[in-house]
Ligand binder design. Structure first.
Ligand code: NAD
Ligand code: IPM
Ligand code: MN
Length: 340
C-alpha cells in the first residue's frame, strides 16, 4: 500500500472533527510526536460543529488547504440525518476519488487469530448521491460501474498477491448478485480481474458472509465488496476483535489519501476521556506506511501491542485508563524502543 519512496517533508491536513474525533486525533498526534519525523501538521476545521456555527460544514478554502497537503488525517465527523446536511466525508472521498477503503481487522493478543482485511469500494454504490425525491417515495440509485469495480478488484488483487514463499491470500468477493443486477456486474468484473491476476478467489452473498463472519471469522483472509456492504460488514467485523476503538482505515486514491478510524464521533462518550485512541493511532500507522515509512509504521504497531498487553486500555476493553493515558503509554513505548 506504500506509494513508493519515503517522502522527505510530509505535509498533513489534520481534521479533528466532532465528538471523540478531537480526543483521538490529539492522542494520535502525541504518538506521532514521539517519532520525531519531519511532518508539517495543518489543522483544518470542518464538520457538524462548523456547520452549526457558520452554516457551512466545509468551504472551498478548506479544499484548497487539502490540495496543498499530501494527505488528510481525520478524526470523525457527526453526520445528522438532516436533508440540508450533506456528508462532508463522502464528499471528500468523491472529490479526491479515494476509491479504495482499506479496513484491516486483526485480533490483538493471544487466542484471537482473526486477521483479514476488508477492501471497500468507496466512491459509488449506494453512496452515488443519485437520488430522486417524490412526495411519497424516494429513489436512491445504486450506481455500480465496470471501471469502479475493476479498479477496486485490482487493488484487492494487489493486496492478495503473496510475497516470496508465501501463497498469498484468498479473496472473498462479497455481493448480492442473486437479486441485484448491479451486483452481477460487480461480481463478474471482480472474478475476471482475479482470474487474470491468478488470485485464488471465492464469491459469497453478503447475508451469508455476515453469518459466517460471526461463526467462523478466522476463515477470512481478504474481502472485496461494494460501498454500503463494506460499511456494514466493517462495523460488524470490528465487534469480533474488541470493538470500533481498535479499527483503523485508509481511503486511498491515485495520488491522495485520507486516514481515519472506522468509528464515528460517538456522542455517547464524547468529552469524557473514554474514547479508545488505538483506532486513530493505527490509522496513523497506515498513513506512515503510505508515506513509505514502513519502519516507523511497524514501531507504532509494536508499541500499541506492547501497551495493550500490559493492560493499559480504555474502559471499552475493560481497562481504567483515559484516552490521553493510553496515548502517553504508546508514545513512551516508542521512545523506549528508539533509545535501545
Ligand atoms: P460511532 O462509531 O460513533 O459509535 C458507535 C458505538 O461505538 C458507540 O457506543 C460508541 O461509544 C462506541 N465507540 C466508537 N468509537 C469508540 C472508541 N474509539 N472508543 C470507545 N468506544 C467507541 O457510531 P454512531 O454512534 O452510530 O455515530 C455517531 C455519529 O458519527 C453519527 O453522526 C455518524 O454519522 C457519525 N460517523 C462518522 C464517521 C466518520 O466521520 N468517519 C464514521 C461513522 C459514523
Ligand atoms: C464510515 C462512516 C461513513 C460511511 C459515514 C460517516 C459517511 O460510517 O466511514 O464507515 O458511511 O462511509
Ligand atoms: Mn461506517
Amino acid at each position: 500500500m506504500s506509494n513508493g519512496e519515503p517522502m522527505s517533508r510530509m505535509k498533513v491536513a489534520v481534521v479533528e472533527g466532532d465528538g471523540i474525533g478531537k480526543e483521538v486525533v490529539l492522542a494520535a498526534l502525541r504518538v506521532l510526536d514521539a517519532l520525531s519525523l519531519d511532518i508539517e501538521e495543518v489543522p483544518v476545521e470542518i464538520g457538524y460543529g462548523k456547520w452549526k456555527r457558520t452554516g457551512k460544514a466545509i468551504t472551498d478554502d478548506d479544499f484548497d488547504i487539502f490540495e496543498s497537503c499530501d494527505c488528510i488525517f481525520f478524526g470523525a465527523i457527526t453526520t445528522p440525518p438532516d436533508p440540508d446536511y450533506k456528508s462532508v466525508l463522502v464528499r471528500i472521498r468523491q472529490e479526491f476519488d479515494l476509491y479504495a477503503n482499506i479496513r484491516p481487522i486483526k485480533g490483538m493478543g493471544s487466542g484471537n487469530n482473526i486477521d483479514f482485511t476488508i477492501v471497500r469500494e468507496n466512491t459509488e454504490g449506494m453512496y452515488s448521491g443519485v437520488e430522486q425525491v417524490f412526495p411519497d417515495a424516494v429513489h436512491s440509485t445504486r450506481v455500480i460501474t465496470r471501471r469502479g469495480s475493476e479498479r477496486i478488484a485490482e487493488y484487492a488483487c494487489l493486496l492478495a498477491r503473496g510475497n516470496k514463499g508465501d501463497k498469498g491470500k484468498r479473496l472473498t468477493i462479497v455481493h448480492k448478485a442473486n437479486i441485484l443486477r448491479s451486483c452481477q456486474l460487480f461480481r463478474d468484473v471482480c472474478i475476471g480481474v482475479a482470474d487474470r491476476r491468478k488470485i485464488l478467489w471465492e464469491d459469497m452473498l453478503v447475508d451469508a458472509t455476515a453469518h459466517r463472519l460471526v461463526l467462523d471469522p478466522e476463515r477470512f483472509e481478504l474481502i472485496v465488496t461494494t460501498n454500503l456492504f463494506g460499511d456494514i460488514l466493517s462495523d460488524m467485523a470490528a465487534a469480533l476483535i474488541g470493538g470500533l476503538g481498535l479499527c483503523a482505515s485508509a481511503n486511498i486514491g491515485e495520488d491522495y489519501a485520507l486516514f481515519e478510524p472506522v468509528h464515528g464521533s460517538a456522542p455517547d462518550i464524547a468529552g469524557k476521556g473514554l474514547a479508545n485512541p488505538v483506532a486513530a493511532i493505527l490509522s496513523l500507522a497506515m498513513m506512515l506506511e503510505w508515506f513509505g515509512r514502513a519502519e516507523e509504521s511497524d514501531a507504532v504497531h509494536d508499541a500499541v501491542s506492547r501497551v495493550m498487553a500490559t493492560g493499559i486500555t480504555t474502559p471499552d476493553l475493560g481497562g481504567r485508563c483515559s484516552t490521553a493515558e493510553v496515548a502517553e503509554a504508546v508514545a513512551a513505548a516508542i521512545g523506549k524502543e528508539q533509545a535501545t
